[in-house]
Write a protein that binds this ligand. Sequence first.
Ligand code: AMP
Length: 224
Amino acid sequence: MAHPVPPDFVVIFGRPGSGKSSLAERMGAEFGYNLIRTGEMLRAAIRRHDFLGQRVESHLAKGDLVPDSLIFELLEANLKSPGVSRLLFDGFPRTLGQVPLLEQFERRLDFRIDCYLEVVVSREEAVARMTGRRVCPKCGATYHLIARPPKVAETCDRDGTRLERRPDDTAQVVEFRQQVYDDHALPILDHYERKCPDLCRKVDGAQPFEAVYAETRRALGVRG
Ligand code: AMP
């Protein structure tokens, strides 16, 4: 791939704890991607206590996936604007059933995914990392106590809100979410590997964050 700039429409995959959301945030800041983060949209709906939030709260607390029909509803509400530029999907598609939903949005909003990026870490490494994860309950920014600490302990760099542990980062839920990833995401990655191998990229997520980010830029064809 010889893109002087990164592809415009990217899907990022990685097991919970792989660091994919931190990478997505950094890519968004550097290259101006609009982040489409279904997990964050769902948590925002729960914080607002709106109709969708009430229906998805127990799924998130258990680490279970939200039904495809509700994900469709969520994206319908959030992915409307035509003339979309630079989208980075983080957390969608999450099941084989959501693959055709993405294709539907591609047709309707007239864009084509030009890179499927997988951040590869072992299940054991991911579990170890998840215990150090913290999020900002206000803006959704993600931190890690060791790998990506905030400037002031337990405080969001962006808005000064006290950071929290996600309720789905507890030990049993963490293991369950890894299993959900193995059961649902791995078949999606196989699907894209078969359908469009030239659009698929992998980066080694088991390195320090800066090294993963540098490898990601190279994988996306960004030079310098
Ligand atoms: P994330 O922030 O991407 O780790 O997502 C947190 C939780 O939101 C997941 O464990 C699921 O319960 C739910 N979720 C996020 N995205 C999806 C999706 N595309 N399909 C189904 N459930 C999702």
